[in-house]
Design a protein around this ligand. Structure first.
Ligand code: ZN
Length: 148
């Protein structure tokens, strides 16, 4: 009986670790002080898709303090933020460029959005950054996007 419960326990643990431990989503919050609450997002290697729930906890409109989340190779970030200015708010400051690996829409205070990231485009060991592409925001609003 003891052995059976040990086996059952192990089975439950295995199920639990597959479902809950590899968490393929995260909540990222931006505020009116031009800050994200995370400096790093870690993606478990087993995730095929990774969901980012973006929340804007502030009160300012998206015209003044809009936030989105864009992911690219770290070396491509500056180029994307320069192109974003030309795109403007109508295009959510996201250039149509293959260097943009994932991008959410732009939200203002009190709004939220979700972004589904296709992890198949990412390689382990490569350096990626997530950032807000609203003009000037990437200086503060950025962090490492790591595939574990
Ligand atoms: Zn922003």
């Amino acid at each position: 009986m003891k052995k059976l419960s040990a086996i059952l326990g192990l089975m439950i643990f295995t199920l639990f670790s597959q479902n809950s431990f590899a968490k393929c989503e995260v909540t990222l919050t931006g505020n009116d002080q031009m800050q994200f609450d995370l400096k790093k997002i870690e993606v478990p290697g087993s995730c095929k898709k990774f969901k980012i729930n973006l929340k804007h906890s502030g009160k300012l409109t998206k015209q003044v303090m809009g936030h989105n989340v864009v992911i690219s190779k770290t070396e491509d970030m500056t180029e994307i933020t320069q192109k974003a200015m030309a795109v403007g708010i109508k295009g959510d400051y996201v250039p149509k460029d293959s260097k943009v690996l994932a991008a959410s829409k732009l939200v203002g205070g009190g709004e939220h959005t979700t972004l589904s990231v296709d992890i198949g485009k990412f390689k382990k060991g490569e350096k990626y950054t997530f950032f807000c592409s609203f003009p000037g925001h990437y200086a503060l609003m950025k962090g490492d996007f790591l595939i574990k």
